[in-house]
Ligand binder design. Structure first.
Ligand code: IPE
Ligand code: IPE
Ligand code: MG
Length: 239
């Protein structure tokens, strides 16, 4: 199928899974897989942008991932820190608007500063919006949203009768971002692992056995082709 025939999703969400297994297959430490995974992500962001995707949201570190060995968490945080710093320049060059979702308050102060700096410097960019989920969990996001909502009621800014779906969306980390059209999870696991549970209510799901460090543009196109064909079938049925 030609890329021009494809229906390109406006928003793609990805659970980047399988870094550890990829490294194990090569008799290398799990952290080797995370380093390769970070490079793959850079390339996929470029590919999405070139294909005309407007939003890319990736799951980089979950609220549950703190339970991993200290050394592994440290390497992931170091990669994230390095990314935040180096991408200020890259995002400017490519007109990328970066946003970090998740509970930032639990991250180290220098990482929080780097996030604020990156978000501030890229906020007026008009190209692809790149959201990185860091210390993210859907239940945690909804819990924080409920807490903010309760606070707004407490101080008299809001009345309970006024709460509707859009009020809740307003308090989520993804406020002002359309819901994903396509969710991709690599590595053969078929679960959400606490990712975007509110936002994925109507999203098409695509699961592949490919491990994240092996994911590339050809694999991305397979997912988009599948998405396109599902959409067309739906179109035929409804006519
Ligand atoms: C995904 O790969 C990356 C993170 C969760 C940070 P994993 O580290 O979960 O790799 P597997 O699933 O153990 O192979
Ligand atoms: C989900 O992957 C989180 C990320 C990809 C960052 P995990 O590998 O942590 O998920 P589980 O534990 O297998 O469900
Ligand atoms: Mg995993």
């Amino acid at each position: 199928m030609e890329t021009t025939d494809l229906k390109i999703p406006t928003h793609i969400a990805i659970i980047m899974d399988g870094n550890g297994r990829w490294a194990k297959q090569r008799h290398r430490p799990r952290t080797f897989g995370h380093t390769k995974g970070a490079d793959v992500l850079e390339q996929i962001l470029t590919d999405c942008d070139e294909l005309g995707v407007k939003y890319l949201t990736v799951y980089a570190f979950s609220t549950e991932n703190w339970a991993r060995p200290y050394e592994e968490v440290k390497v992931i945080m170091d990669l994230f820190r390095k990314y935040l710093i180096s991408s200020v320049e890259k995002c400017a060059r490519n007109n990328v608007r970066a946003r970090i979702i998740g509970d930032k308050s639990k991250l180290s102060p220098d990482i929080i500063d780097a996030i604020n700096n990156l978000e501030e410097k890229t906020k007026n960019n008009t190209g692809i919006t790149f959201q990185i989920a860091m210390n993210y969990g859907s239940r945690d996001e909804i819990t924080r949203a409920v807490r903010m909502l309760a606070k707004a009621i407490e101080v008299g800014e809001l009345h309970s009768d006024e709460i509707d779906e859009s009020t809740i969306e307003h308090y989520l980390d993804t406020a002002d971002c359309p819901d994903p059209d396509l969710l991709i999870r690599t590595s053969g696991e078929v679960r959400l692992s606490n990712f975007l549970m509110w936002q994925l209510a109507y999203t098409e799901f695509y699961f592949t056995d490919v491990l994240w460090p092996d994911f590339d543009k050809a694999e991305l196109l397979k997912a988009i082709e599948k998405y396109s064909s599902r959409d067309r079938r739906y179109g035929k049925v409804s006519k």
